[in-house]
Design a protein around this ligand. Structure first.
Ligand SMILES: Nc1ncnc2c1ncn2[C@@H]1O[C@H](COP(=O)(O)OP(=O)(O)O)[C@@H](O)[C@H]1O
Ligand SMILES: [Mg+2]
Length: 207
């Protein structure tokens, strides 16, 4: 599980997150809800370690990960699906899937992702940039799962995706949670997706 206590994050003098606390248990899907500019992406960048925190703490189970570089957090069990998906457009679907794995690639793990998202198996030799938005989102989620995380972070996974596919993503996330008993923290602006997907909700308001 992940536990965030009194987290503050700023860009220079600009304090974007003044004081945020929440926790999510194993098998829980927590929705982080807030309008544009409320600091959802800033929160996720701080959780994965792309930007420093000003104060507060982040724990994974009993282990404090605040201050660790991103690769150490990934090794500790955190995985991140960034806003906009950040697929490598000129790498194939398969190459994208294994791009976050350090060391030997487990083909069993790849097959598990293909079982979860069959379209990725059908398109494994295609370039990532040629996939639709929804397929790219599945690829980004699959890539994150390849590191076998205990906490999966997703920043606005429904952005720019058509409603029928949004329902598929919601179903996949619940399926992944049921299968792996992991913790999922997902930021969103689409309320229907949050209501369909999440067990609990944390609202980010302006300062
Ligand atoms: N790299 C940055 N430098 C300075 N300010 C930033 C940076 N990125 C985001 N911000 C500001 O931080 C606030 C929160 O942004 P963001 O975390 O992207 O919000 P959200 O994801 O909820 O839309 C906004 O006011 C935004 O302008
Ligand atoms: Mg954002």
């Amino acid at each position: 599980m992940i536990s965030v206590k009194n987290l503050a994050v700023s860009y220079g003098q600009s304090l974007v997150i003044p004081d945020l606390s929440f926790s999510a248990a194993p098998g829980e899907i927590l929705g982080i809800v807030g309008r544009n500019g409320m600091g959802k992406s800033t929160l996720f960048r701080a959780l994965i370690g792309m930007i420093p925190t000003r104060s507060g703490s982040i724990h994974l189970q009993d282990k404090e990960i605040t201050g660790q570089p991103p690769h150490r957090r990934v090794a500790s069990g955190v995985a991140f699906v960034p806003q906009g998906r950040m697929i490598f457009p000129y790498l194939t679907v398969y190459e994208n899937l294994i791009s976050g794995v350090s060391g030997k690639v487990s083909e069993d793990a790849v097959n598990e992702i293909y079982a979860l998202f069959p379209v990725l198996r059908d398109m494994k030799k295609r370039q990532g940039g040629n996939l639709s938005g929804g397929q790219q989102q599945q690829l980004a989620i699959g890539r994150a799962l390849m590191t076998n995380p205990s906490v999966l972070l997703l920043d606005e996974p429904t952005e720019g995706i058509q409603p029928s596919i949004i329902k598929d993503i919601s179903r996949s996330l619940r399926e992944i949670r049921d299968m792996k008993k992991l913790t999922i923290v997902v930021s969103e602006q689409v309320l229907s997706f949050v209501l369909d997907t999440c067990d609990n909700i944390k609202v980010m308001l302006s300062v």
